[in-house]
Design a protein around this ligand. Structure first.
Ligand code: DC
Length: 223
C-alpha cells in the first residue's frame, strides 16, 4: 500500500533534494510543507502584514490560494495562480517563513491543507512537524540531519549556483538563526518523533540517502 512518508529535520539537511528524488523513484507526490510557509511569508510581505500579527496572518491565510504542482523539472509553487517558485527561495524569505511559522493561526490553516493534500497517501511530506503533528499516525518517519557546517556548505553551494553572493558565514548564521527559531517556538517545534528513523547525512551522498530510505519504504509497502 502507498505510504505517507514524513521527512523532517533542520534547515539545509537535504530534505528537499531527497524528497524530490524519492518522489520520482517511488512515484509519490512531493508535499513540500516548507514551501507553503514560504508562500505565506511572501504573501504577508507583499500585503504589508507584519510577520508577528496573528490576526492579520490568519485573515491572509484564509484568502490566499497556495498550490504545489509536481512538474518533471521539480516542484512548482503557485501563490494565487502566480508561479513564485524562485521568489520564495531567497534568504529574506527563509527567515520570514521561519517567523510566520511560529504563529499558531498560520500553522492551523496550513496543517489542515497539508492533511487534505496527503489524504490519499502516496506522498512524501517534508518539513519540521510532519511526523509529530501533521501525520503522526504514519509508520514511515524519517529525521534527516547533518552537521551545521555541512548544512551551511550545501546551502551555500546551492545559492552560489543560482548566482547569489552570500558568504558561507552569512549562510551559516541564517541557518543557525532558523534552527533556534524552529526548535524554540512553542507550537509544533522541530523535534524528533519517538518512532522516527534518524539519518545523519553528513558523510553520505544524496544517492546513498535515497537508496537507504527507498529500501525502507518498499519494505513498508509490502505490509
Ligand atoms: O523547509 P524550509 O526551509 O523550506 O522551511 C521554511 C521555514 O518554514 C522553516 O524555517 C520552518 C518552517 N516550517 C515549519 O515550521 N514547519 C514545517 N512543516 C515546514 C517548514
Amino acid at each position: 500500500m502507498k505510504q505517507i512518508l514524513a521527512i523532517d529535520g533542520p534547515s539545509g539537511a537535504g530534505k528537499s533534494t531527497l524528497s524530490r528524488a524519492l518522489a520520482r523513484s517511488l512515484n509519490y507526490l512531493h508535499l513540500d510543507t516548507g514551501a507553503m510557509y514560504r508562500a505565506v511569508a511572501l504573501a504577508a510581505i507583499e500585503a504589508g502584514v507584519p510577520l508577528n500579527d496573528p490576526e492579520g496572518l490568519d485573515k491572509l491565510c484564509s484568502v490566499i490560494d497556495i498550490k504545489l504542482k509536481d512538474e518533471p523539472d521539480g516542484l512548482v509553487v503557485l501563490l494565487d495562480g502566480e508561479d513564485v517558485t524562485e521568489q520564495i527561495r531567497t534568504p529574506e524569505i527563509s527567515i520570514a517563513s521561519s517567523n510566520v511559522s511560529a504563529v499558531s493561526e498560520v500553522r492551523r490553516q496550513l496543517v489542515r491543507l497539508q492533511r487534505e493534500m496527503g489524504a490519499q497517501g502516496g506522498v512524501i511530506a517534508e518539513g519540521r512537524d510532519v511526523g509529530t503533528v501533521v501525520f503522526p499516525g504514519t509508520r514511515a518517519k524519517f529525521y534527516i540531519d547533518a552537521s551545521l557546517w555541512e548544512r551551511a556548505r550545501r546551502r551555500h553551494e546551492e545559492l552560489k549556483e543560482k548566482g547569489a553572493d552570500d558568504t558561507l558565514e552569512q549562510v551559516m548564521a541564517e541557518i543557525e538563526q532558523r534552527d533556534k527559531n524552529d526548535s524554540a517556538r512553542s507550537d509544533s517545534p522541530l523535534r524528533i518523533a519517538d518512532d522516527a528513523i534518524i539519518v545523519d547525512t553528513t558523510y553520505m551522498t544524496p544517492e546513498e540517502v535515497v537508496k537507504y530510505i527507498a529500501e525502507k519504504v518498499r519494505e513498508l509497502e509490502k505490509d
